[in-house]
Design a protein around this ligand. Structure first.
Ligand SMILES: *[C@@H]1O[C@H](CO)[C@@H](O)[C@H](O)[C@H]1NC(C)=O
Ligand SMILES: *[C@@H]1O[C@H](CO)[C@@H](O)[C@H](O)[C@H]1NC(C)=O
Ligand SMILES: *[C@@H]1O[C@H](CO)[C@@H](O)[C@H](O)[C@H]1NC(C)=O
Ligand SMILES: *[C@@H]1O[C@H](CO)[C@@H](O)[C@H](O)[C@H]1NC(C)=O
Ligand SMILES: *[C@@H]1O[C@H](CO)[C@@H](O)[C@H](O)[C@H]1NC(C)=O
Length: 446
């Protein structure tokens, strides 16, 4: 009897221990991969090394930074880590730095700079915990968050990321962006455009895309610019001048962003998207991201804007839109109206009758303040679990392709006519014609 109980107890302990170990491994994984940090906050580790920096240099660096529109800065001359931006968390307990680093980097150091009005500069050195972001596709470099924990209520004005505790002159200095007052939210929808690269040059496509977004209720587009044709840059600048587009430089060295893209997935798309989410917290109720060859289209004829569509859906944090491919209509019967502008949405009215599953090529609209880590096709970490896949008769991701598409093996895809975008034709036609004229005038005077 006693022995049996002991065995049972032994088994009980064994299983409890096993579950505990599994749970811990799970937590560790979640912690490592996704950046969930709710269960235990590491104690800020303040390091007792004196910072040997000339206190005037942070001011000089900050001035230099402020004269630009922000961009990547290197952490040291070994090309291991590049940093882009720094955000104060709403709870004011940590700074989140967005960057690109070798996929093996596990920790760095943060110098927190406190500049007071009397011109004095104080500093503090803390550990920078590196959270390598997912979707690196096993490349050598990955997007990452570097987390610098704060102690007390003081918020630093700027932060430098360094590799070694002894440093004479940091290579970088990033101003800390504070979340704005909640009451000032101005935008309903902001669209984040992944790094434009490889000399992108299709101005007609870009103008049509930006115009249809506005018809759908988008009031802001954040464009990360690596490289594009002269004309595309002019178009972006034109839209900047009328208050729609914010252009952010995305100057990565050649080994991280060129045609091969072998060292870093898609020129650091994950870093850009996560920067965009944090940049828009407190500024835009929702952010969305998809490429210039994609559009989120409400499928009900009476739904014109995204607000019309979202009003029908439950109140969630992530709305996932499933992907379907559209192709040029074989015999486009061009009306005299579409003759001149030849809009993509009115000349690509055939779609494959296959709709990809949730998370597979899908794109999203998210409630900005609920996101911790965003991914390209879905959210990796949220402050809640309010994820929703939009029914395909309410909203779809239209993905425009000129060529054949390789569908998953075994699926038999036929093309069918799909005319849900026709509701935009007239207004879009008008807008595009108008904007092209405006743009020509803008180009003449700039
Ligand atoms: C770092 O990259 C630059 C080009 O961006 C290159 O010239 C330099 O040799 C690299 N340094 C190291 C240590 O790899
Ligand atoms: C890190 O990069 C190396 C190539 O340098 C690659 O072989 C490895 O799979 C990557 N690791 C991860 C976790 O992506
Ligand atoms: C946001 O949406 C509301 C409701 O549809 C609308 O009244 C408001 O004008 C929109 N704001 C912007 C900046 O588009
Ligand atoms: C392009 O990037 C790859 C690594 O992704 C690198 O090996 C190659 O040297 C780069 N090409 C140029 C022209 O810099
Ligand atoms: C939807 O939920 C968010 C929080 O997740 C809340 O702030 C917002 O007010 C809700 N909207 C409506 C219409 O209930």
């Amino acid at each position: 009897m006693e022995i049996q109980t002991r065995i049972k107890l032994g088994q009980f302990y064994k299983y409890t221990l096993l579950s505990l170990v599994m749970f811990c491994i799970g937590c560790l994984l979640a912690y490592q991969i996704v950046g969930i940090r709710s269960f235990k906050k590491p104690v800020p580790a303040f390091i007792n090394t004196r910072i040997l920096v000339d206190p005037s240099s942070p001011r000089t660096l900050l001035k230099k930074y402020q004269s630009t529109n922000g961009d990547f800065q290197s952490v040291s001359n070994n090309n291991h880590t590049y940093v882009y931006s720094a955000y104060l968390e709403e709870r004011q307990d940590k700074i989140r730095v967005v960057g690109i680093t070798l996929n093996t980097t596990s920790s760095l150091y943060c110098i927190l700079w406190y500049m007071d009005k009397t011109n004095a500069v104080n500093s503090r050195l803390v550990t920078g915990y590196v959270l390598v972001l997912p979707e690196s596709h096993e490349h050598k470099y990955s997007a990452a968050f570097i987390i610098c924990y704060l102690k007390g209520n003081e918020v630093p004005d700027a932060v430098s990321i360094i590799e070694n505790t002894v440093v004479t002159k940091p290579e970088n200095l990033i101003p800390v962006v504070r979340p704005p007052d909640k009451s000032i939210i101005k935008q309903n929808f902001t669209v984040c455009l992944s790094p434009i690269h490889n000399g992108y040059k299709n101005t007609d496509e870009l103008i049509e895309w930006l115009e249809i977004l506005q018809l759908q209720g988008v009031s802001r587009v954040v464009a990360y610019l690596h490289d594009a044709s002269h004309n595309v840059i002019s178009v972006l600048k034109f839209y900047h001048s009328i208050g729609l587009v914010i252009i952010l430089p995305w100057t990565l060295p050649k080994h991280l962003c060129n045609q091969t893209m072998k060292n870093l997935h898609y020129c650091g798309q994950m870093a850009a998207l996560n920067d965009c989410v944090y940049r828009n917290k407190g500024h835009s109720h929702f952010v969305a991201s998809f490429d210039i060859d994609e559009l989120i289209i409400p499928q009900r004829p009476e739904d014109y804007t995204w607000v019309d569509m979202l009003k029908r859906l439950p109140n969630k944090s992530v709305y996932g839109f499933r992907n379907t491919f559209f192709f040029p209509s074989q015999h486009t019967t061009r009306s005299t109206e579409t003759m001149e502008t030849n809009l993509r949405i009115s000349s690509n009215l055939f779609r494959g009758d296959f709709i990809y599953g949730p998370g597979d090529r899908s794109k999203w609209i998210v409630r900005t303040d609920s996101v911790v880590t965003i991914g390209i096709h879905f959210a990796w970490a949220l402050t809640n679990d309010h994820v929703y896949t939009v029914p395909t008769d309410m909203g779809l991701l239209h993905h425009y392709r000129k060529d054949e598409v390789k569908y998953p093996e075994g699926v038999n895809v036929r093309r069918e006519k799909h005319t849900e975008t026709e509701k935009y034709n007239k207004q879009l036609e008008f807008q595009v014609t108008y904007i092209r004229k405006q743009f020509l005038n803008y180009k003449k005077s700039n």
